[in-house]
Design a protein around this ligand. Structure first.
Ligand code: GTP
Ligand code: MG
Length: 215
């Protein structure tokens, strides 16, 4: 059920994420998206699930992506490039936003259009709050990704808030729902940006998507 990367993959992940990560662009609308660069991985999920925090934990930088107390903080798609070999995209949250109806509709449209039509997008890491499990808004996104044939993988977040037993239960339930979806990767990751649980494993999984270094 949980991804168990090899020692080689863990080492690759460690090396890749020790490299420089640079902000490329922020896009608040589809026509502002930067041209496709190296292979891209998107971090998607409901508002407040911990997307920006996870990016910071992965890259070991506290303020690469902005995090806030209140949901609805990330208002554009932020693109980062790791060692010029992998692009990471921090998406605004869907499902709930403490914004006007109009604004949240706009963000949802941007996220959905991006997920459907980004040529360099290799996988979507679909973040799920481990205290809640899959919610209706997540199912909607999964259906969209199935339809667009975009591969995605579930990543449970905030595992520090849960006992191991409760975590295993939510992981099993989420997986049971996910396997019914065509484009879902069959292994999930359990992470905490606060304790660092699962961060090395996630780095390892992501490093498999990095392009070969140009020498
Ligand atoms: P939007 O950009 O609004 O969609 O939110 P987001 O998904 O980027 O969430 P963000 O990273 O901004 O985190 C939201 C809140 O959850 C913040 O208060 C974080 O400190 C908290 N948080 C994020 N990750 C963790 C975690 O692993 N454990 C705990 N306990 N709190 C976390
Ligand atoms: Mg965010």
């Amino acid at each position: 059920m949980f991804a168990e990367p090899s020692a080689k993959a863990l080492e690759d992940g460690r090396l890749l994420f020790a490299k420089e990560c640079t902000f490329i662009a922020g896009a608040a609308s589809l026509d502002a998206l930067p041209a496709s660069g190296p292979n891209e991985i998107a971090f998607a999920g409901r508002s407040n699930v911990g997307k920006s925090s996870l990016l910071n934990a992965l890259t070991g930088r506290n303020r690469l992506a902005r995090v806030s107390q209140s949901p609805g903080r990330t208002r554009q798609i932020n693109f980062f490039e790791l060692d010029g070999r992998l692009t990471l995209a921090d998406l605004p949250g869907y499902g709930f936003a403490r914004a006007s109806k109009k604004e949240s509709t706009q963000w949802n449209a941007l996220v959905f259009d991006y997920l459907r039509g980004r040529p360099s997008l290799r996988r979507v890491m679909l973040l799920i709050d481990s205290r809640r499990g899959l919610m209706p808004a997540d199912m909607k996104v999964m259906a969209l990704l199935d339809k667009a044939a975009v591969s995605y993988q579930l990543v449970l977040t905030k595992t520090d808030k849960l006992t191991e037993q409760a975590l295993n239960t939510v992981a099993a339930e989420s997986m049971r729902d996910a396997v019914r979806h065509g484009a879902a990767h069959p292994e999930l990751l359990a992470t905490s940006s606060q304790t660092g649980q699962g961060i090395e494993e996630l780095r390892a999984v992501l490093s498999a998507f990095a392009e070969t270094a140009k020498s």
